[in-house]
Design a protein around this ligand. Sequence first.
Ligand code: 5AD
Length: 458
Amino acid sequence: MDGFSRKRAYVETYGCQMNISDGELMEGILAADGYEIVDTPEEADVVLVNTCAIRERAEQRVLGRVSQLTGLKRERPDLVIGVTGCMAQRMGKTLLEQAPDVDLVMGPDGYRSLPERLAALEGRRSWTSSAKRRGPQLAVLDLDLGENYEGLEQRRTSDISAWLPIQRGCNHRCTFCIVPYVRGPEKNRDPVVILQEVVDIAASGVTQVTLLGQTVNSYTAGDWDFPRLLRAVARTPGIRRVRFQSPHPNDVTPELVEVMRSEPAVCDHLHLPAQSGNSRVLKRMLRRYTVESYLEKVEMVRAAIPDIAVSTDIIVAFPGETPEEFEDTLDLMRTVRFDDAFTYKYSPREGTPATRMPAEDFIAPDEAQARLERLIEVSREIQAEITASEVGRVVEVLVEKEARTDGQLLGRTEGNKAVAFPADPALIGTYQTVRLVATTSATFVGELVGDGALVESA
Ligand code: 5AD
């Protein structure tokens, strides 16, 4: 590609952190092929919408956005629009039929071929001559057991924090979950390559790394398991904070807890999806643990790291969940007292085992909504009590960005809690000590103590 006709690409990402990381990978692949990465679809020759399939709502949102973007084609028929990621994989050619102005659908294992696919679209289009005529559409939907994206570089733009996928796909078959069908089985990356990437990340001045995998703590490669990898990442010079997401409860082992306890760089935060507080429901979800064993894991972690923040994911109204079983989930919330909880209504995903449960098991939308609201209420109440009890503490935050309120910055504690405090934007990217002085609904209000405070008054 010559300098005069440098193509511009725009990637818009929805969904989980793995998807954000995939978005950076697509940008990296396109940048390496000579594309300029731009910040708005209006500036772009190629628009990629990187999608999520986890719940129906996520997909509806994206479909709306895609139709908005295809509207841009009215003025610019040459614009190429691609839909990538999990929803592209799940819907495949149906998506191309439903959205005829979309040129390309590409699943999570297809990104390596993006440049050649885009070039092919371009080529085919030029010989269809009429710009008005819809060009041929392209579907890249093969799952590839060998595709780890080794040798390709993510385009990391944050100076503060880096996403680092160590594993792709999932070997579990939780009956509600679409992920194994759209991302394929578990594939673990080479630890040597991962650790070199951590060194490079540190060399670029970034101090926080989040290791990503669908069941990140089941990572295994040769003699390496997750605790060993986590320790090595945490000991990389220049890395000050390591996070990982999301672990599966069954692979929370004493070895992992020991690494978390003994390595100062590993954040005192564990996001441990429980999904339900009832063992019969968990069994029907095929989560492979009971409420008792989940609680044992949490106790083990808290015994070693008393101040650790614990957060979770919960699904309500899974098919067949009785009112009493839902109450058990509320009990789990009260027993564990999660620092944070991401709560969802069960959303049927075509092709997953739960959708084949007896029709009478499916819970009416009103009832599901009522359960969700009750769960949120209980979880917020507990969260408010926890945050109130933490006011007065002096904690270290990594300063991430300017807050919405003027003159305020936003930092994050090791426990992943947001703190807003007045300070000079020059502190963004640094670690500061702040005193938690109050809470708002979702964040702490803080004030700088120590060196940072001096900078602020200077
Ligand atoms: N319906 C509702 N929530 C779901 N999740 C995954 N699949 C579904 C579904 N079909 C939730 C789980 C998971 C989180 C990322 O999304 O709680 O941990």
